[in-house]
Design a protein around this ligand. Sequence first.
Ligand code: PLP
Length: 363
Amino acid sequence: MTRATRARINTDALRHNLTRAREIAPGTRIMACVKANGYGHGLVEAARAFRGADAFAVACLEEALEIRSAGLGHPVVLLEGIHRQREVELVRENGFELVLHDHAQLDVLEASGLPQKLWLKIDTGMHRLGFPPEQAEAVLARIQRGNLAEGPLRYMTHLASADELQGTPDTGEQIRQFKALTRDWPGERSIANSAGVIDWPESHEQWIRPGIMLYGVTPFSDRHGRDVGLLPAMTVSTELIAIKSVEKGGRVGYGGGWSAAHDMPLGIAAIGYGDGYPWHVANGTPVLINGRPSRVVGRVSMDMITVDLSDHPQARVGDEVILWGESEGGEARLPVETVARHAGTIPYELLCGVTRRVKFDVD
Ligand SMILES: *Cc1c(COP(=O)(O)O)cnc(C)c1O
């Protein structure tokens, strides 16, 4: 049989979310994050939908080149920069912009003798990429001395906990520190990821860097995309491939960890961890069958899950099962944020994790 597992990508929703980001952070420029295959939505499809953005942000050169191959001439920012000499030419030829976050990258730029468009990254507490604030002046001097920057230098930092109002490190403190450090530096700045855009207006500055929100999803545990005016852009669905009944006490799936409390009908749906529906999804995780709520019972297999049909006496083989997203008309909804909570993960991982076996329909 052909596999019914599908990811439907709603490009109108993607466009809407870009407009929504502009509404929330008026007067800023938007660096749309399309890394990791456009958060699983398709890099080129996402970038085309976001062609109204002022720049794109990606993790690596391969992703940046894909944007150029699609015929998009926008500025493209490499969020991790480069650290190999042989990448320098390609970056310049394509006019890519580099995030500069480490001394080894300065060595590469100096050795190349080619100035590049640079974003200097400061580490204000995330302790991942970026120069410590106390090194910033020395780094600036080295950039100037080596004539390493083409055009004006720009500055960024990244928030570690902006999705939590009482997070650690303290978001307000990160923002204050960055602003204090860069106060007298000429040039544009960028702080905000999606959580910053939505909840921390003081982080907006000249450039925002939204990712997850452009796909209609929030980074928060207590609010979904629609709560902040965003429209989810990905729906993952499949079909029932078998219907059966199990008697009271019957055990379901690998390991037999779940047993029926009473006689009940079950459905088998064609999706599993081989499609990116995680093994960690717990018993009771909601799904929609023909637009109405049901739940997963037993363990997720590679190719299949089992669902409770107690409230679905009419269900038949071939009926639609939505794992997250919305029915075609939008009246039935299952936010990916909810499914992520049941799987002990974050919506980012679910969106990025849909595998190649799933058919993508872009509309
Ligand atoms: C991925 C990324 C973003 C976007 O984050 P979201 O939480 O998806 O909005 C912004 N800035 C940097 C440096 C990133 O790596």
